[in-house]
Design a protein around this ligand. Structure first.
Ligand code: SF4
Length: 353
């Protein structure tokens, strides 16, 4: 890929595009607030920004009047969004389409860490609940019903299940075991990624795998303890040693490159340390899904004036991590399910990771 094209992908990840996107995500867990498109054949979850210099027109990406030669297709509204459960819950409040082919759900939409002095500064998990666009807890039966319809009607090829952290010692993982079992009973063979905090009892990782989960994300967001305390006061209190033990056990159970973690670019971490830390994750078999921090509506970060990272920083870190991944023979697609396999929130797939 030419340097210019890579620059464009970094730019649109940060500045967004002007486009009509029928599939959007306004708020929720993680780096949400975006429109979903397929850019040059690859999923892209991009900010929809009326002030962006980039525009989607006639199926192509333009900067001003210049056609950049990249085909872009907004993801169409899926048919399963028109359905509701027998008890009247719209399917789109249970799970949503991400990119062209990923079904994503937040099984428990509340988080014990959502008090203002504890919550992750970039997260809006409970805002979508407050605005009524989702329900607090999705039952295994509801998830199975929606997954079956999404696969049958809309060609979904994989599913992501995340959860807010719960008060139990499993931190929410047990609810995902039940959800995975139910979905796979309805849609045998669907690749599913589960996303959890390091559970107190690591045995639940085996239970998740035996239930049929293909991949697992255990998301630390930053490897720098100072950054973790500043940006994630609640979650940052979980010692790094717990993450390392959970990653290692997850790699033992799920296999190399079936485990991943988010690393957010732009939280103030030293770039060389971030890349070195990503290299250590790769060495232990964990895919470092590096994603630019976005200052999203509704987050504490925006209220506190946080700004997105500079494009050259995102490009530099992404390319260096992609090189490490290529050297190790790891790709996001190799995860088979989950954010790294989707790639929509990162520029890594464009850089060859
Ligand atoms: S990378 Fe993850 S959060 Fe982003 S669009 Fe894909 S599935 Fe959704």
């Amino acid at each position: 890929m030419s340097v210019d094209t890579m620059t464009t992908f970094v730019d649109i990840a940060l500045l967004g595009v002007r486009a009509d996107t029928p599939v959007t995500r306004r708020m929720g867990a993680g780096p949400s607030d975006d429109g979903h498109l397929v850019v040059d054949g690859v999923n892209a979850a991009l900010p929809v920004n009326p002030d962006s210099p980039y525009q989607v027109r006639d199926g192509h990406l333009f900067r001003g009047e210049t056609d950049l030669g990249l085909p872009v297709t907004p993801v169409r509204r899926p048919r399963f969004y028109d359905l509701s459960t027998a008890d009247g819950v719209p399917y789109e409040q249970i799970a949503r389409l991400h990119g062209a082919d990923v079904l994503a759900t937040t099984v428990v939409q509340t988080c014990i860490r959502y008090a203002v002095d504890q919550r992750c500064r970039f997260c809006t998990i409970e805002e979508s609940l407050r605005e009524g666009s989702t329900i607090a807890a999705k039952t295994p039966a509801q998830l199975a019903e929606v997954a079956e319809a999404a696969v049958r009607l809309d060609g979904v090829t994989q599913m992501v299940m995340t959860t807010g952290t719960t008060a139990g010692p499993d931190r929410g993982a047990r609810a995902l075991v039940r959800a995975v079992r139910a979905v796979l009973a309805a849609v045998p063979g669907l690749p599913i990624q589960v996303q959890i905090e390091p559970p107190g009892d690591l045995g639940v990782l085996t239970d998740l795998h035996q239930a049929g989960a293909t991949a697992i994300g255990i998301h630390v967001e930053s490897l720098d303890d100072q950054v973790r305390r500043r940006w994630m006061p609640g979650k940052g209190s979980v010692p790094m040693a717990e993450y390392e033990a959970a990653w290692d056990e997850a790699v033992r159970v799920f296999g190399r490159n079936r485990v991943s973690t988010y690393l957010l670019i732009g939280l103030g971490e030293d770039p060389d340390e971030l890349v070195a830390g990503a290299g250590r994750l790769i060495d232990r078999g964990v895919y470092p899904f590096a994603v630019p921090f976005r200052a999203m509506k509704g987050t504490l970060a925006v209220r506190e004036g946080a700004q997105p990272p500079a494009p050259p920083l995102v490009q530099d870190i992404t390319q260096r991590i992609a090189t490490l991944l290529r050297t190790a023979g790891m790709t996001g697609a190799g995860q088979r399910a989950g954010c790294a396999a989707c790639g929509g929130c990162s520029v890594l797939p464009r850089a060859g990771g």
